[in-house]
Design a binder for this molecule. Sequence first.
Ligand code: FAD
Length: 490
Amino acid sequence: MTQRHDRIVVVGGGSAGWMTAAALVTGLKGRATVEVVESEDIGIIGVGEATFPSIRNYNQLLGIDEAEFLRATNGSYKLGIRFCDWLEVGRDYFHTFGHFGNLFGSQTLWAHHRRLGLTEPLGTQCLPTVMAMQGRFVLPRDDSQFKYAYHFDAVQYAAFLRQLAMQRGARHTQGRIVDVQRRPDGGVSAVQLDDGRRIEGDLFIDCSGFRSLLLGGALAEPFVDFSHWLPVDGAWACPCERSAEELTPYTQATALEGGWAWRIPLQNRTGHGHVFSSRFIDPDRARDQLLARLDGQPLAEPRLLSFQTGHRQRFWVNNVIAIGLSSGFLEPLESTSIYLIQDGIGRLMTMLTEGRPLNEDAQALFNEGSVRRFARIRDFIILHYCLTRRRDSELWRHVSSMELPETLAFRLELWRRFGVLHEYDEEGFDATSWLAIHAGMEHWPERDDPVFAEIPPERALSALKGRRDALAAAVAPMPLHHRMLEQVLR
Ligand code: FAD
């Protein structure tokens, strides 16, 4: 059956709801009505401060000016993530959105780097990593040089998009949904509010957060649980004061006894949080560990959030499509939730703007693609855990010995035995990102590619040292992150 979409109802007004609504009104240009229903009493989750570079494509497609967006959301620039204590306590590495150079063929550098006895991290060969290490930031020439993302206040971002979507024609209804009314074919015909109002629609986008009112609730779509591999199930979040000098152009993720802690610098505050597994640490102890780590005065009481990692078996059922937390959640280690929202919006917009029928084939494609995307990112996140040498707590003993998903086990085998960075379809992260984690976790192939024996070592060594020194020299005069931000905001 082909679903109509003349009246689109978006249930939920968090980042997912307003990102979806803003894209729909911009892309459909009045060819459908778009109505967002949200409850101010319930509110939005309000975390989600670190993003992935694709957020820039979304903003650009909507015609959002970068400076205006940074001003409205207290945003800052993000070159990547600094991972502390993941390999061993006291060791750290960066995963930034840039390449390591193409010395003798792509992705081969690692072997030279090791074989030639260079002791510094592979990151010294990567421009955005060197910038991050020095706390500096300039805009790239273009995306081929390096990519960047943002840190921002998620509540302010939702408000910014609400204003934009409403200016472009989105309708906004406040009220708590108390009932979901069904069509004879099992689809949804309307949502009913607590004051008796009914909002009818042809197509419903479920952006109701962890509640998953339509897909998980009314349509009872089963949940695919990833908690065996990703056992974290709770987080304490606490913003605190910051001083201008501490504006690092990266997110910090520090591995702890029962999970890991984030540190996200915004213009007006620093976001701190502790993502933990209640199987391995008592939540009160996790809270105390977070409070002990704060590097400024807390601006609020720590807030506890509970979740389960995984996703709904199908993302689109009948006339309901779930986007955002209502469809699933992967822990925020690589800031991929907003990216996954964009992914869902992208799939939907492609169908709608190309005029493809919303039929069973489209539905199957959407669901298969979304399931694979979640699995690829799941594997990438597990990679950060499973390569650890830590054995100092139950969590680390579990993740270093657990059985891995077949897709990840296969990739690890190819890398270990042959130095191949295998890629599947629907990847969230490219080979360079995988290389950054392998290198950071000192996980190298068992043997070098024999072709490297043909390259004179002194030539390779001088090329590597040359690139390292050239990058260091290029970065040294760049402005510090907060200076660059001040300039852009002015
Ligand atoms: P919500 O923000 O929860 O919005 C749900 C909406 O549904 C609200 O408007 C609510 O009012 C409405 N609603 C629900 N029930 C009803 C009802 N009965 N009637 C009417 N309205 C209703 N993502 C990242 O990309 N980067 C990060 O760094 C990051 N960090 C995170 C850290 C933690 C601890 C967690 C839990 C998540 C994090 N995320 C992160 C995920 C991110 O917060 C979400 O993906 C994003 O905010 C989108 O949320 P949402 O819009 O799906 O849900």
